[in-house]
Write a protein that binds this ligand. Structure first.
Ligand SMILES: Cc1cc2nc3c(=O)[nH]c(=O)nc-3n(C[C@H](O)[C@H](O)[C@H](O)COP(=O)(O)O)c2cc1C
Length: 275
C-alpha cells in the first residue's frame, strides 16, 4: 500500500474484536514505535499497554467510547516548545503504520481515564500523557456509542478545498491545478483526522512554500488541559511530508511567517519549503 492509500483507508475505529494482537504484528508495532520521530527535538515516548494485564486491573477505561480493545498505545511527553506539533506528527506516523498492518486505531485526547493510563505506563515527574489510542482488529459492526460519535463529530465529512487552502493571501482560494506540485499532499492533509473533526488547518501557498496556519475553534483551547489543536497541525504536517516524500520531492520545515492572517483566531504556525 502506498501512503495515499493508507491515509485514505484510515478512519477512527472504536469497536474492536475481543482478540489480542498477534505476536508478529505486536513486534512490528513495537519496533516501529521505538524508532519513530517527529520534525522537532522534543522529549516523547510511546508505550504499549494491555488492559488484560492484571496490574491494570481493567481500569484502563475510555468512558465506554471504545469497546473490545485489549491493547493501547500511550503517548507520554515532557512539555516544551513545539511538543504538540511533534507529538501530533509522530503519533500519526504510528497510526498510519498500524493502519498499513490492517489494524484499527482511534486518537483519544479526552475520552480516557488519564490517571489509570498514567499509572499503567509509570509516568515520571515532568511528564504527562495527552493521547492514547486503542490498537487492534476492527469489529465489522460499530457499537451504538461508536456510531453516535461518528455522527456527532460529522466524522465522514471534510471541508472543501476552498475553505482550507489559499493562494498567496487568504483572499484567493487555491485551485487543485494551481496547487501543483503539492496537490496530492494537500488532499492528504484534507483527509487528516482532527479533534472533534474540527479540521483547523489552513494553508497558504506562495510559490514553493506552504504556510501552515491554525484556525482555532472558539472556546476549544485547553479544553482537555493542553493545546489539542496544535496536535492537529502536527498530523497535517505528517500527511503532507509523507506524501511529498513518496512523490520524490524533498522539503524542509522552517519558520517563515508571511506576516498576515485572516482573523484573530487564526495564527501562523510553520512553513514547508521545497529544497
Ligand atoms: C487530537 C485528536 C483527539 C481526539 N480525541 C478523541 C476522543 O477523545 N474521543 C473520540 O472518540 N475521538 C477522538 N478523536 C477522533 C476524531 O473525532 C476523529 O478523528 C474525527 O472525527 C474524524 O474521523 P475519522 O478519524 O474517522 O476520519 C480525536 C482525534 C484527534 C486527531
Amino acid at each position: 500500500m502506498n501512503i495515499k492509500e493508507v491515509i485514505s483507508l484510515r478512519k477512527s475505529i472504536r469497536t474492536y474484536r475481543n482478540e489480542p494482537l498477534s505476536r508478529e504484528l505486536r513486534q512490528k508495532l513495537e519496533s516501529f514505535i521505538e524508532s519513530v520521530k517527529g520534525p522537532f527535538d522534543t522529549k516523547m515516548r510511546f508505550v504499549i499497554v494491555d488492559s488484560s494485564n492484571e496490574a491494570n486491573n481493567s481500569k484502563l477505561g475510555t468512558y465506554g467510547v471504545i469497546s473490545g480493545a485489549k491493547t493501547f498505545i500511550c503517548a507520554v511527553v515532557e512539555p516544551s516548545y513545539r511538543y504538540e506539533e511533534n507529538l501530533g506528527y509522530a503519533f500519526e506516523k504510528i497510526v498510519l503504520y498500524a493502519t498499513s498492518l490492517g489494524l484499527g486505531t482511534c486518537w483519544l485526547g479526552g475520552t480516557f481515564n488519564k490517571s489509570a493510563f498514567s499509572k499503567a505506563v509509570g509516568i515520571k515527574d515532568g511528564e504527562f500523557m495527552p493521547i492514547v489510542s486503542p490498537v487492534g482488529y476492527a469489529k465489522e459492526k460499530r457499537s451504538l456509542i461508536d456510531s453516535f460519535m461518528v455522527i456527532s463529530a460529522g466524522s465522514k465529512n471534510r471541508k472543501d478545498w476552498s475553505e482550507l487552502f489559499f493562494e498567496k493571501t487568504f483572499d484567493i482560494p487555491l485551485s487543485k491545478e494551481k496547487a501543483d506540485p503539492f496537490t496530492d499532499a494537500m488532499e492528504m492533509v484534507r483527509l487528516a483526522p482532527s479533534a472533534s473533526n474540527k479540521q483547523p488547518w489552513r494553508i497558504v501557498k506562495d510559490g514553493n512554500v506552504l504556510h501552515f496556519f491554525l484556525k482555532r475553534t472558539v472556546g476549544y483551547k485547553n479544553i482537555v488541559g493542553f493545546d489539542i489543536q496544535r496536535l492537529d497541525i502536527g498530523i497535517a504536517m505528517c500527511h503532507l511530508e509523507l506524501t511529498m516524500d513518496e512523490s520524490g520531492l524533498k522539503g524542509e520545515w522552517t519558520v517563515f511567517n508571511p506576516g498576515f492572517t485572516i482573523d484573530s483566531n487564526t495564527e501562523y504556525i510553520i512553513s514547508y519549503r521545497l529544497v
